[in-house]
Design a protein around this ligand. Structure first.
Ligand code: HEC
Ligand code: HEC
Length: 334
């Protein structure tokens, strides 16, 4: 994809120069016509869809204040579009407030961000651009840059019939994010009765997930989230556990410490875990769910599902982890 647009960019420039020289030196009408036709053809060829343009912009730091940070700085493709840092760094090295989640399988989501402060992807994708801890840019700066850009300027006009603006930008980025659906996993093959599915340990782990572990009570649906806000007890009001989650959006005290239940597809490659990245491995996450009160004492408003220790055996813990690993799309297996 990038090769195509890079080639396009060079070819387009070449045609522009050719056209310019032809005009200036009054070279034959034929050369002028040829370069114009080529220009037109290239335009038609490459910008066939908003998601193609969105992909290009996702990887381009042009959307940040000092052109150093792109969406892909924090949503790194090989880690299922998440980050390996506890808190990602934005413009000027500032650290954010939360761990960067995977943004695969966003199409069916009902809310965005851990606290659900965005209702649509179009709304969501513009927020990091203007977030002072992330890309720190603003609408005026970004639209001016896009309009003046030799490559993006014409692309927006061609796709949207008008000059680049924030609404069109949101459409391109959201369209690209929607292409990041994943479903080629051992779990899906097992569900469909195909070969290359889950092994016996993963199948046992699925049983722990559905029953004894109670994971499915919150992580249900094809993407393993009910898109609800739940509280697993990671808000204590003390030290590094002061993020109030959903409460900051609704002001409703029953929302204190609730976070959006994340989907679990590709979770094996998106460490560290939780809104604050406090668990480095899936083993640590499983230990936490096994004895929540021991690992994080004093969680305020914690869901009653987590009242009792799960008392999982070492085998059950290991099987559960193997099941979670079976949710990894083939493209992220290294
Ligand atoms: C500096 C790091 C950083 C950059 C740059 C960044 N993000 Fe994010 N992204 C995050 C963090 C951290 C969160 C979670 C924040 C929260 O929940 O409050 C997030 C959340 C998201 C979500 C919501 C995921 C969910 O499960 O609700 C999407 C979608 C997303 N980002 C897309 C983008 C796009 C598109 C861009 C570029 C325009 C971008 N991000 C730039 C760090 C970043
Ligand atoms: C009461 C609902 C609930 C139950 C039960 C539950 N979870 Fe969660 N899970 C959540 C919420 C909410 C989060 C996000 C919490 C946060 O970030 O602070 C989460 C986060 C996670 C994460 C981290 C994902 C990431 O990308 O950071 C994993 C892994 C996970 N859960 C696995 C499990 C497993 C395995 C079980 C069963 C042993 C389980 N969950 C049971 C609600 C639940």
């Amino acid at each position: 994809m990038h090769y195509i647009t890079d080639f396009y960019f060079v070819a387009r420039r070449f045609c522009q120069v050719l056209y310019f020289c032809a005009m200036k030196n009054r070279i034959s009408f034929f050369v002028v016509a040829l370069s114009l036709t080529a220009l037109f053809a290239f335009d038609k060829m490459v910008f066939q869809s908003p998601e193609q343009l969105g992909e290009r912009l996702f990887f381009d730091p042009i959307l940040s204040l000092d052109s150093t940070i792109s969406c892909s700085s924090c949503h790194i493709p090989q880690f299922a579009f998440s980050d390996t840092a506890f808190f990602s760094r934005g413009v000027g090295g500032r650290t954010g407030r939360r761990n960067s989640p995977s943004i695969t399988n966003m199409t069916a989501r009902a809310h965005f961000f851990y606290d659900g402060r965005a209702a649509t992807l179009e709304e969501q994708v513009l927020m990091p651009i203007q977030d002072t801890l992330e890309m720190r840019a603003n609408a005026a700066l970004v639209t001016a840059r896009l309009r003046q850009h030799a490559y993006y300027g014409p692309a927006f006009i061609q796709l949207f019939g008008k000059e680049a603006d924030m609404a069109a930008l949101a459409q391109t980025l959201a369209a690209f994010v929607r292409t990041l659906e994943t479903g080629n996993t051992p779990f899906d093959r097992w569900m469909q009765g195909k070969s290359g599915g889950m092994d016996a340990a993963a199948v046992r782990g699925r049983d722990v997930f559905m029953n004894k572990g109670k994971c499915f009570d919150c992580h249900f649906s094809p993407d393993f989230t009910g898109d609800e806000f739940r509280n697993v007890g990671l808000y204590t009001g003390r030290r590094n556990l002061q993020d109030r989650g959903r409460f900051d959006v609704t002001g409703d005290s029953t929302d204190l410490g609730k976070f959006k239940v994340p989907g679990l597809r590709n979770v094996a490659v998106t460490a560290p875990y939780m809104h604050n990245g406090m668990f480095k491995t899936l083993e640590e996450v499983i230990e936490f769910y096994d004895t929540p009160n021991q690992v994080v004492p004093g969680g305020i408003n914690r869901d009653t599902l987590l009242n009792e220790p799960l008392r999982l055996s070492p085998e059950e813990k290991s099987d559960l982890k193997i099941f979670l690993e079976a949710l990894t799309d083939d493209r992220f297996i290294r």
